[in-house]
Ligand binder design. Structure first.
Ligand SMILES: *Cc1c(COP(=O)(O)O)cnc(C)c1O
Length: 355
């Protein structure tokens, strides 16, 4: 069998939820498990994160699956209904949609659900992606509260720079100033805000990334935050080549040896979810020792430097990210984020579940 696999730890996710909760104070926690639980599997995440107060997903299909699996906690639909036809299911399955544009209010008004539903009303406090303009809050809140199909309203916003130096203040202060008059529960914090800005907690927090053991910050490691990696991507060396000085390796011959050196070929490529744009020098563990990738990543293979790994040969274990090699370090070297790497784990990679 091709030696690549992803080892996914239920215990690590459960641990990371406890870390998230330790920052949440009196706020309740939506475990964000959109995008197949950031690549970790919906059903697996549901079991690992069973102690959460609620789950947040993107689609009706994900939410319906969770209900089929027996989930009884609240389920938040992060982008709400994509059409009026989804309202009935929200009521049947007791899903809480986010309302962020006027058409959704029209749908609720003209096709009211069989029983009133709880909604999250999203305001744009500066990210300019989803949400009603803050300036229109009085009319929007009044309209939503007057809809017979609405059972309760929680106010919501989302931060664009909670993980950066600019922080949350420039969005949080206007949001709280405008929302204060409504005396309604509110929700704003993603992983970064939850860990760094207690003033963002509100009634519900919405961590995603930290549950999987990655750091939202470039200046703080996941280990420092007390998190454990939930996904380890592992493979093996399937071939060893010796390059002479001047010889190149892989497509485009993007790496050339300046001396005689041994190169390991690893059964992992971009069709497995490894980033194709990772350049020479992206960290990798060979036989437990830190090494680096060489040249361009292929569809099914990538090459690693065995100069410092004299004992490595065909069959030697390779960790692409996870235990012993933070996914954040690989993402940084590859010019991307741990979000993208985790989500991109390909369906063809077999998963080994561990406690
Ligand atoms: C994805 C998402 C989150 C979780 O973000 P993390 O950075 O992974 O914690 C929170 N809120 C909303 C609205 C989201 O779309």
């Amino acid at each position: 069998m091709r030696p690549i696999k992803a080892r996914i730890s239920i215990g690590a996710m459960a641990h990371n939820l406890r870390v998230a909760r330790s920052h949440a104070g009196a706020a309740r926690v939506f475990a964000v498990i959109k995008a197949n639980a950031y690549g970790h599997g919906l059903s697996r995440a549901r079991r690992a994160l069973a102690a959460t107060d609620g789950f947040a997903v993107l689609t009706l299909e994900e939410a319906a699956n969770l209900r089929l699996m027996g989930v009884e906690q609240p389920i938040l639909l992060l982008e709400g209904m994509f059409g009026a036809d989804e309202i009935a299911t929200c009521a049947e399955l007791d899903l809480w949609p986010v309302l962020h544009h006027a058409a959704q209010l029209d749908w609720l008004q003209h096709q009211p659900p069989s029983r009133p539903i709880r909604v999250f009303l999203k305001f744009d406090s500066g990210m300019h992606r989803l949400g009603f303009p803050l300036a229109e809050h009085a009319a929007i809140v009044a309209r939503v509260q007057s809809l017979p199909g609405v059972a309760g309203v929680t106010l919501m916003t989302h931060f664009a720079q909670a993980d950066e130096g600019a922080g949350v203040d420039w969005q949080l202060q206007p949001f709280l100033r405008e929302m204060g008059s409504h005396h309604l529960p509110w929700s704003s914090a993603n992983s970064a805000a939850l860990l760094r800005y207690p003033e963002t907690l509100g009634a519900w927090v919405r961590p995603g990334l930290v549950l999987y053991g990655a750091s939202p910050f470039t200046d703080t490691t996941a280990e420092h935050l007390g998190l454990r990696p939930a996904m380890t991507l592992l493979s093996e060396i399937i071939s060893v080549q010796t390059l002479q000085a001047g010889e190149g390796v892989g497509y485009g011959q993007m790496f050339r040896a300046d001396r005689t050196m041994r190169v390991g070929v690893v059964a992992c490529g971009y069709a497995d979810g490894y980033p194709r744009h990772a350049l020479t020098g992206t960290p990798v563990l060979v036989n437990g020792r830190l090494s680096r990738t060489l040249g361009r990543v292929s569809m099914d293979m990538l090459c690693v430097d065995l100069s410092e790994c004299a004992d490595a040969g065909v069959g030697s274990p390779v960790v692409l990210w996870g235990e012993g090699l933070p996914v954040d370090a690989v993402a940084a070297a590859a010019g991307t984020s741990s979000y993208e790497l985790l989500c991109a784990l390909a369906a063809r990679v077999p998963v080994d579940e561990t406690e």
